[in-house]
Write a protein that binds this ligand. Structure first.
Ligand SMILES: CC(C)(COP(=O)(O)OP(=O)(O)OC[C@H]1O[C@@H](n2cnc3c(N)ncnc32)[C@H](O)[C@@H]1OP(=O)(O)O)[C@@H](O)C(=O)NCCC(=O)NCCS
Length: 190
């Protein structure tokens, strides 16, 4: 289900190390410079291609500026150098969402994404009425696992042989932050 409000429920979030804000068409140059990196695309779905061309960037921005999905550009020093996304579920999964994120390699290992997700996760869960925010990390991505662990996500288990990426069959590590009960239900934290 696409959220009809897109990112309007949380249009801008200052995370200290970076700002989350809507994508803009003039993000093209910094988007392509940041995204055209095999090391970045390796941890992501194939719809985030490598090589990442100008046409790929234009197609993404044309989608992202109008998307009803909640998507944010991650801005550092005035340039869009990464992204954060929510993929809300539908039907009985409508209060759960998958979290996605990426960052230009030149900013890795400085604590940027840990800071961003620590700010983003609790606020997004409240803003979008989520009881479950989860991330699925491909085998061999310890940096992403570490970000999630530092941000209070629990390692729930491993989906064996779940992903084929670049010709390799990979396990999927599932992480989640959850609210244990509906408001008013036993176990709900007031
Ligand atoms: C995953 C990603 C967002 C991390 O961003 P980042 O800003 O570098 O993350 P942080 O610096 O906040 O934290 C990284 C942590 O991983 C640790 N780390 C890095 N490489 C590691 C390795 N090989 N083994 C173990 N830990 C490692 C870092 O030391 C750091 O932990 P620490 O703060 O306890 O020292 C970034 O690497 C990225 O964009 N990757 C490509 C896209 C991707 O994989 N997205 C996630 C999809 S699930």
């Amino acid at each position: 289900m696409h959220d009809p409000l897109g990112n309007e429920r949380m249009p801008r979030l200052d995370c200290g190390a970076a700002v989350l804000r809507p994508w803009q068409m003039d993000d093209l140059d910094s988007l392509v410079a940041s995204a055209n990196d095999e090391s970045v695309s390796r941890g992501l779905r194939d719809r985030f291609p490598y090589p990442y061309s100008g046409d790929d960037g234009r197609a993404w921005l044309a989608y992202a500026v109008r998307a009803s999905e909640p998507l944010w550009a991650l801005e550092i020093d005035g340039a869009a150098v990464g992204g954060v996304s929510l993929h809300p579920g539908s039907d009985v999964h409508r209060h759960a969402a998958e979290l996605g994120y990426w960052l230009a390699q030149r900013y890795w290992n400085r604590g940027v994404m840990s800071r961003v997700i620590a700010e983003f996760a609790p606020r997004a869960m409240r803003a979008y009425g989520l009881y479950r925010l989860y991330a699925a990390v491909y085998e061999g991505n310890p940096s992403s696992c570490r970000v999630l662990e530092k941000c209070g996500f629990v390692h729930e288990g491993v989906n064996k042989s779940a992903v084929v990426k670049r010709g390799r069959l990979l396990d999927l590590h599932m992480y989640a932050r959850t609210v244990p009960a509906l408001p008013g239900e036993a176990g709900h934290a007031a």
